[in-house]
Design a protein. Structure first.
Lengths: 447, 205
């Protein structure tokens, strides 16, 4: 206010001293502008009237017009100009104010936590209410470094999309973090970060996945049980018949003069029933094995890369990274690609499931190929989990023995059959870091 | 092979099973006949002999349970031994409720099978004797005159001759006369024999 008055007075004095020869009255706009911007339209209008009045009084004291009305006209012109200026400025000020309020309201009511840091990501320039509620400490210090430590990235970024999933170490909640470069109000380069809480949807997604997995496994177990049951029914017939025939033979032999011809006939029938049992079993085996390995020149490392790609998403969901350490000297050899993929999928799934139950940090599966001078390749699937209990390790390859709810206990047996069909060997090794490794060998060249 | 007069029906759709069971039963001294389906069994002529049946529950066509029901509806009371596959226990329980003699689960012990068949045949024999006596009793009762039947019914109810005479509006002497005739006609010597003969509960109805 004092500044406004001082300004007005100084313009007035300057005007008076120059004898109103120079049109300084335009300078009254300065205090008017100041008053309007700081205190609003009312103050602007008041200052306008005061300035015009002061000008009129001063002018009248020192000059005389040929007509009184000229003075009034000029005073009115001044007032009009000043007030119009104050009005326009007030409108501009309101508009700016409203635009800012709209932006702030939108930001504050967002469900996502939004914050802006400088280009280096060190200082927090802006944070919305949700952010302040979620991370009160970070805002107080205006320092983004502790925040970076608290939010741990669990997935690698998806290419250029600049979004990643992070987990808050303090609250164990999950966020989707999206980042984007923006030009900040002062013109400097800044980074806009949006944190969306995805804990609930993530939880729901996990539940759904587990549910699907359970369903899938249950259906497999049911199918297996169905097969076992119908196999039992089918085998009952010839075995029952054989039993009855043999019992009859025994009775015939109990006679003082056994009927040799009848005995011979019955033994023949027994043999044909034994053959029938064999046929049933062979049919089951064909059904299970389905086919002989179809060997084609196959690049082992390529198969590994494909399988890892296949299980990548599944592993990433559990925060597990799968690394391939391929030995480039592993030459292509005649393998059945589909069977080999099946074996690898089984081994990798086992590793993923072994890790999923353990600590979150540093879950890692390494798939390795090593070729030796004889062209023999060794494939290893190593995890850094907690390893296998001794009693489990002893029965690893026993069919129908499982540690997983809903498991069939066939996965590793199938792996072993596949590896052995290729002339290789599958074995298990505990690792020094507590994890475990499954390795299999594959002979190179002609099988 | 001995001819004991016993006949075992084997109803099983599996040819080897049927053949082996029949063969085993024959070596054990039982005559046996095999049928591949319930329909084939129902179509066949069956002699009135001491018999029992080995019935597989899983049959093509009408199936084991339906055959059991059909037999019961036709008044056939021969003992039926149910043969079920593994895990068909609820089916076997249902069969027992329908009146099956016993059930065997495949694969079964053959000696057990033979002993059950023996028991079933024994049971059938006893039942047949019982039924034969029943028939004999009915023929004898029918051979009496109407008045004699009236008197006999009252005698068996334990009424003294005096009461019977009053009820039938005849003299005591007439009742005594009828009683003597009844004894001679039925070839028994005393009232006690009469009671023994007609103790079956349904004969007086």
């Amino acid at each position: 206010m004092i500044v406004v008055l001082a300004l007005t007075a100084s313009v007035l004095i300057a005007d008076y001293l120059t004898g109103f020869e120079v049109r300084l009255s335009v300078l009254y706009l300065l205090p008017v502008a100041l008053a309007t911007w700081v205190a609003g339209l009312g103050a602007g209008v008041s200052v306008s009237i005061a300035a015009a009045g002061a000008w009129g009084l001063m002018f009248r004291a020192s000059h005389t017009y040929s007509g009184q009305w000229i003075l009034y006209w000029e005073a009115a012109l001044n007032i009009g100009t000043f007030v119009l200026f104050a009005l326009l400025l007030a409108r501009l000020r309101d508009a700016l104010h409203r635009a800012d309020a709209r932006f702030v309201t939108a930001m504050q009511s967002l469900d996502a936590a939004v914050y802006v840091t400088d280009a280096r990501g060190a200082r927090i320039l802006f944070a919305n209410r949700r952010f302040l509620e979620t991370f009160p400490d970070a805002e107080r210090k205006r320092d983004a470094a502790p925040l970076r430590e608290r939010l741990v990235e669990t997935r690698e970024r998806d290419g250029d999309r600049r979004s990643s999933e992070v987990v808050d170490q303090d609250t164990q909640r999950w966020y989707l973090l999206s980042e984007r470069d923006v030009r900040w109000v002062d013109g400097s380069q800044a980074e806009l970060h949006v944190l969306t809480d995805i804990s609930d949807s993530r939880h729901a997604r996990n539940l759904r996945r587990q549910h699907e997995e359970t369903l899938h496994r249950t259906s497999r177990v049911v199918a297996l049980a169905e097969m076992a049951s119908s196999l039992g029914h089918e085998l009952n017939q010839p075995l029952g018949a054989i039993g009855a025939y043999l019992e009859a033979c025994e009775r015939l032999l109990g006679n003082p003069q056994p009927d040799v011809a009848a005995l011979r006939e019955v033994i023949g029938k027994c043999r044909s029933q034994a053959g029938r049992s064999g046929t049933i079993l062979r049919r089951v085996r064909e059904f299970v094995a389905r086919r002989e390995p179809v060997r084609r020149e196959t690049d082992l490392n390529g198969v590994l890369a494909d399988v890892i790609r296949l299980l990548h998403a599944e592993a990433r969901n559990d925060g597990i990274s799968i690394e391939l350490e391929a030995d480039a000297s592993a030459a292509p050899a005649p393998f059945d690609r589909v069977l080999l993929e099946q074996a690898l999928v089984n081994l990798l799934r086992n590793a993923i499931e072994a890790l999923a139950g353990g600590p979150l940090e540093g879950r890692r599966v390494v798939v390795r190929t090593q070729a030796n001078s004889r062209g023999e390749a060794t494939v290893s699937v190593e995890d850094n989990g907690t390893g296998l209990a001794a009693e489990v390790a002893g029965r690893l390859f026993t069919s129908f023995v499982t540690t997983k709810p809903g498991g069939t206990g066939l996965g590793l047996s199938i792996c072993r059959s596949i590896v052995e069909a290729h002339g290789g060997r599958l074995f298990h090794e505990p690792l020094a870091n507590g994890g475990c490794a499954f390795r299999f060998t594959l002979p190179g060249g002609a099988p | 092979m001995t001819e004991s007069g016993c006949l075992v029906y084997v109803v099983d759709d599996d040819e080897a099973m049927r053949d082996s069971l029949c063969f085993l039963l024959r070596t054990a001294g039982h005559d046996s006949r095999g049928y591949a389906s319930a329909e084939a069994f129902l179509e066949a002529r069956r002699p009135q002999r001491n018999s029992c049946m080995l019935l597989d529950m899983r049959l093509p066509g009408m199936g084991g349970p339906a055959l059991q029901t059909a037999l019961a509806a036709g008044g056939e009371r021969m003992p039926v031994i149910i043969v079920t596959g593994h895990g068909d226990v609820p089916m076997a329980v249902e069969a027992l409720k329908r009146g099956a003699f016993d059930f065997l689960e495949k694969p079964f012990e053959d000696r057990l099978l033979l002993s059950r068949v023996g028991q079933a045949l024994q049971h059938d024999l006893a039942r047949r004797e019982c039924e034969a006596q029943e028939v004999a009793r009915r023929t004898r009762f029918a051979s009496l005159t109407a008045r004699e039947q009236e008197v006999l019914a009252r005698v068996l109810q334990g009424k003294p001759s005096r009461v019977i005479a009053a009820e039938l509006h005849v003299t005591l002497k007439t009742v005594e006369f009828h009683r003597a005739r009844i004894l001679t006609r039925l070839g028994v010597h005393s009232a006690a024999d009469l009671f023994r003969l007609f103790l079956a509960p349904d004969v007086l109805q």
